[in-house]
Design a protein around this ligand. Structure first.
Ligand SMILES: [Zn+2]
Length: 106
């Protein structure tokens, strides 16, 4: 993902509108690109502050940068887990096919 693509997805990332793989690629780019990170941080903090001001609850800690870092790490982690689960399911299917193959004597 290049900087243009990344910066075009900032809004979608903030509002959880990216697919898991896209969000993971976005987060990986952000980790290594200060320009895009700064752009994301400004947008995220501004929108979070506005959302907190609008809401009646004052439950937020006000640590928007910390929350953003958690969101970035979380999106990479979710994608990693999804890929791992996919590999496990694939292994189970292959194992079942082998067992069925042995059972019916192929
Ligand atoms: Zn970039």
């Amino acid at each position: 993902m290049n900087c243009d693509e990344c910066q075009n997805k900032i809004e979608d990332f903030i509002h959880d509108r990216l697919e898991l793989q896209e969000a993971s690629e976005f987060s990986e780019h952000i980790k290594h690109c200060d320009n895009c990170y700064n752009e994301l941080e400004i947008n995220y903090c501004m929108q979070s502050a506005i959302a907190e001001l609008k809401s009646d609850e004052r439950s937020g800690s006000g640590d928007f940068t910390g929350a953003l870092k958690e969101k970035l790490t979380g999106s990479v982690e979710k994608y990693r887990i999804m890929r791992r689960d996919h590999k496990i399911k694939k292994s189970i299917v292959i194992t079942l096919l082998v067992v069925i193959g042995i059972f019916i004597g192929i």
